[in-house]
Design a protein around this ligand. Structure first.
Ligand SMILES: Cc1ncc(COP(=O)(O)O)c(C=O)c1O
Length: 486
């Protein structure tokens, strides 16, 4: 089989056709997809191909066979978890990244995209109101951002305690205590379990009804932490959008002889861009490190995340990018930005390019308008639902998300009804909230992140939710009565 440069144009044109047909179908196609894994395996799987096939046919079959198994998370009525669409300009820039096929960790391997990432990093810091000298790495998502930040924190805390992890490892190293809320995201715990600290080291801070750390609890818990201490807080809790009290946390961290404050802002760090939301993040700039996602509220195509460390030198040292093999010595010696110093990947695509393109195309004002619109839509829907007898909104809607429960009566009944309402909505395919938990309750998690969601989508979704609630309530009541009569 021959490969020619002239093959790219027809194949990319074909890809463009499939992609645009898919994207333009998103407002009307069912959000969820009920196709079984078995059917997908039948059309997608099969034995290992031994002979070459026509690439155009492979591409056509790929689109035809995979699309029935896609969830319409890029569409206007996907409201589950924290998954959003893509700004058109970001997706288009991402295609260029694939076509350019650059490996960005070393400036010499891609000067153009290195400068794009350097610029995007500077713009990000300005947009978010974080120190302009901080180090920024473009990572695969918040999980990798958290992992990278916590490794940097671990090394720095232990270094301050006279222990060099890079040379001595963790054997017999001083213990690090972790302080985090009972609502800290599971990816923080996952990172702790992977970097040799362990989740058993967590001392828990209690939270209020909005899932925000109780400020009055911080001093007591910090007083119990004598040695190196890692404090983790969040900007934008998945279930309530709550922002922890950063000023109070930072004050206690400052008082401590060897503590580090990390803020997981996977969703909510972006609120710093909005004049009307920034007050929620008071004190955010006092932390030592932050992570956020591009692929959530900032509508980058997957995958896109950022890690930010106040003292860039600590990030660079922790990533150890300057101690690579001989074949990289000259590349690394260049004074320009070598992305390997700001993240774990030794090779990666130029993830900062779509970030750059979106910031340039939308400007601060366009980003702010997107963020404010999402919050207004979440508040609109929560307002409508809260008027309905039997629907309870559990949190103050301060951001782009809320949690709700359906029904009155005992907790088991409400949990069951809530689960049924959400599953029915998903199966009906018009809109897609997800289930979650809220202080032990089963809930509907509703998240507005997409640049494609309109007021009409929200009003139509409100109607669908209320109708489904009434149907499921009647049905569950009938089933419960029938069960009692049996
Ligand atoms: C608060 C928070 N932190 C971290 C993450 C992990 O993000 P990612 O899946 O992009 O790594 C999430 C995901 O929803 C989140 O909501």
């Amino acid at each position: 089989m021959s490969h020619k440069f002239t093959q790219y144009r027809p194949l990319l044109n074909q890809s463009l056709t499939h992609a645009v047909e898919y994207l333009e179908s998103l407002p009307d196609r069912p959000v969820d997809n009920l196709i079984s894994a078995e059917s997908l395996r039948q059309s997608i799987g099969g034995s290992l191909p031994m002979q070459a096939s026509d690439p155009a046919q492979v591409l056509g079959e790929l689109a035809a066979n995979v699309e029935p198994g896609l969830i319409g998370s890029g569409g206007p009525r996907f409201f589950g978890y924290a998954i959003g669409g893509s700004f058109p300009v970001a997706l288009a820039a991402d295609w260029l990244v694939s076509a350019w096929d650059q490996n960005v960790p070393y400036y010499v391997a891609s000067p153009g995209t290195s400068v794009v990432e350097e610029t995007a990093a500077e713009w990000m810091l300005e947009l978010l109101g974080l120190p302009e000298t901080a180090g920024v790495g473009f990572v695969s998502g918040a999980q990798e951002g958290i992992y990278t930040a916590l490794i940097t924190a671990r090394n720095s805390l232990l270094n301050n305690a006279g222990w060099d992890v890079a040379t001595r490892g963790l054997y017999n190293a001083p213990r690090i205590t972790v302080v985090a809320s009972d609502q800290i995201h599971s990816t923080i715990k996952r990172a702790l379990s992977m970097i040799g600290i362990g989740v058993e080291q967590i001392k828990t801070l209690p939270t209020d009804a909005n899932l925000r750390i109780l400020p009055e609890s911080i001093a007591d818990v910090m007083a119990q932490c004598e040695g190196p201490t890692l404090v983790c807080a969040q900007a934008g809790c998945i279930d309530s959008g709550a922002f922890d009290p950063f000023e109070a946390l930072a004050a206690e961290v400052k008082r401590h002889p060897n503590a580090w404050l990390h803020i997981d802002g996977a969703i909510g760090l972006w609120s710093a861009v909005s004049d009307s939301q920034r007050h929620l993040l008071k004190g955010i700039e006092l932390a030592d490190s932050w992570d956020t996602d591009g692929h959530k509220w900032f509508n980058m195509p997957y995958d896109s995340g950022m890690v930010i460390v106040r003292d860039a030198k600590l990030l660079v040292t922790a990533m150890g990018g300057s101690s690579m093999g001989d074949y990289l010595t000259d590349a690394i010696a260049k004074p320009d930005r070598n992305a390997i110093n700001f993240g774990i990947s030794a090779s990666r695509r130029a993830r900062g390019v779509p970030v750059y393109a979106a910031i340039k195309a939308l400007g601060k004002q366009g980003i702010e308008a997107h963020l404010d619109h999402c919050c207004a839509l979440a508040q609109r829907l929560a307002g409508t639902l809260s008027q309905v007898e039997g629907i309870t909104i559990l949190n103050d809607v301060v951001s782009n998300r809320f949690s709700a429960q359906f029904g009155n009566g005992n907790e088991a009944f409400r949990n069951r009804l809530t689960e049924r309402v959400v599953h029915r909505l998903q199966q009906d395919g018009f809109c897609y909230p997800s289930t979650s938990g809220y202080k032990g309750l089963k809930t509907m998690l509703f998240s507005v992140l997409s640049c494609h969601t309109t007021t009409e989508d929200i009003d139509d979704t409100a109607e669908a939710i209320i109708r489904t609630f009434n149907d499921e309530l009647a049905q569950l009541r009938a089933e419960t009565t029938a069960a009692l009569c049996d």
